[in-house]
Design a protein around this ligand. Structure first.
Ligand code: DHB
Length: 291
C-alpha cells in the first residue's frame, strides 16, 4: 500500500517516542516486518529533557513527561539514521522545534537524506514550555509551521495533531490547507496524578501526556471527525493494543495506524497486530480497503 507516496508493506507503524530510534528494539523484533518506523522527536540542539520521575502508570494507561530528550539532529544523522538505513522499512522522522524557523531548518536538513521517507511534525508535545502543543492548539500557528516545513522539503509531510483542543477538525483543516500530505492523530492528552501520601504530583514536571487504552475511544472519535472533515489520509493513534483495536480505527476512516504504548507492554506488539489485522481481513474480505 501507499500513503502519500510512502510505500508500506502493511499499515502498521510504531509511534514516535515509544520506539526510540529503533536500535534497542532491533534485538527483540524484526524491524523489516513493520509498515514504518516513526522515530522519537529530534530537535536542532540536544535536549536533556524534564526532571524525574518522568513516567507513571495510570488506570489502563500511563502518563509521561520526557520533555523531548534527544541528542540533536547532528547526532541523529551521524549515528541513528545510518542504522535505520540498513532496514527495508521506511523511516519517518519526527521533528520538534521551539520556533517556526527551527521546524523549517530541521526539515531542510532531513530533505537531502534518502533514508528519510517522510517527516512527521510534532506540533503536539504537551511537556515543553516553548513549541510543541503551543503550535498545535492554535490553527494560525499550525498553518505557519506546516507551511514552513512544506516549503523546506519535497518529502511527504505528516502533521501530528494534539487532542488538547475543543474541535480537532479546526487544526486538521489548518494543517491540510498549509500543505500537509497526511495527518496523524492523536498525540497524548494532558493529565496529572497525585500521590496522596506526599501530596505531590507523581511526575517531576507536574503534568504529563496520557496514553494507552484509556484514551482509545477519544482517539477513535477524533479520527472519525477528522476523516469526515478533510480529504488527506489520516493515521490513527491512541491506545491500540490489538488487531481489533486497529480495525476500529480503520472503520473510523484511518488509512494506517501507529502502535505506541503497547510497545512498552510487549516489544512484539506491532508484529502481532499486523497478523491480527490480516486475520480480520481474511474473515471480512470487503470490510477494509487498503489500496
Ligand atoms: C513527550 C512528547 C510528546 O509528543 C508526547 O505526546 C508526550 C511526551 C515528551 O517528550 O515529553
Amino acid at each position: 500500500m501507499e500513503l502519500a507516496g510512502i510505500k508500506l508493506k502493511n499499515p502498521v507503524m510504531v509511534a514516535s517516542g515509544t520506539f526510540g530510534w529503533g536500535r534497542e528494539y532491533s534485538d527483540y523484533l524484526d524491524l523489516n516486518k513493520l509498515g514504518a518506523i516513526v522515530t522519537k522527536s529530534i530537535t536542532l540542539k540536544p535536549r536533556e529533557g524534564n526532571p524525574p520521575p518522568r513516567i507513571v502508570e495510570t488506570p489502563s494507561g500511563m502518563l509521561n513527561s520526557i520533555g523531548l530528550q534527544n541528542e540533536g539532529i547532528e547526532h541523529f544523522l551521524k549515528e541513528d539514521l545510518p542504522f535505520l538505513a540498513k532496514f527495508d522499512t521506511p523511516t519517518i522522522v519526527n521533528i520538534a522545534g521551539e520556533s517556526v524557523e527551527e521546524y523549517a531548518e530541521l526539515a531542510k536538513r532531513l530533505s537531502k537524506e534518502t533514508t528519510v521517507k517522510g517527516i512527521e511534525v510534532n506540533i503536539s508535545c504537551p511537556n515543553v514550555k516553548k513549541g510543541g502543543m503551543a503550535f498545535g492548539c492554535d490553527p494560525k500557528l499550525t498553518k505557519e509551521v506546516i507551511a514552513a516545513v512544506r516549503k523546506a522539503t519535497t518529502q511527504p509531510v505528516i502533521a501530528k495533531l494534539t487532542p488538547n483542543v475543543t474541535d480537532i477538525t479546526v487544526t486538521a483543516k489548518a494543517a491540510a490547507e498549509a500543505g500537509a500530505d497526511v495527518l496523524s492523530l492523536i498525540n497524548t492528552i494532558v493529565g496529572m496524578s497525585i500521590d496522596i501520601e506526599t501530596g505531590k504530583s507523581r511526575l517531576g514536571s507536574l503534568t504529563g501526556g496520557l496514553s494507552g487504552p484509556a484514551i482509545r475511544p477519544i482517539a477513535v472519535r477524533m479520527v472519525y471527525e477528522v476523516t469526515h472533515a478533510v480529504k488527506i489520509p489520516v493515521i490513527g493513534i491512541g491506545g491500540i493494543m490489538s488487531g481489533s483495536d486497529a480495525v476500529e480505527f480503520f472503520l473510523a476512516g484511518a488509512k494506517a495506524i501507529q502502535v505506541g504504548t503497547a510497545n512498552f507492554v510487549d516489544t512484539e506488539a506491532a508484529i502481532k497486530i499486523i497478523k491480527e489485522i490480516d486475520d480480520y481481513v481474511h474473515r471480512y474480505p470487503r470490510a477494509l480497503n487498503f489500496s
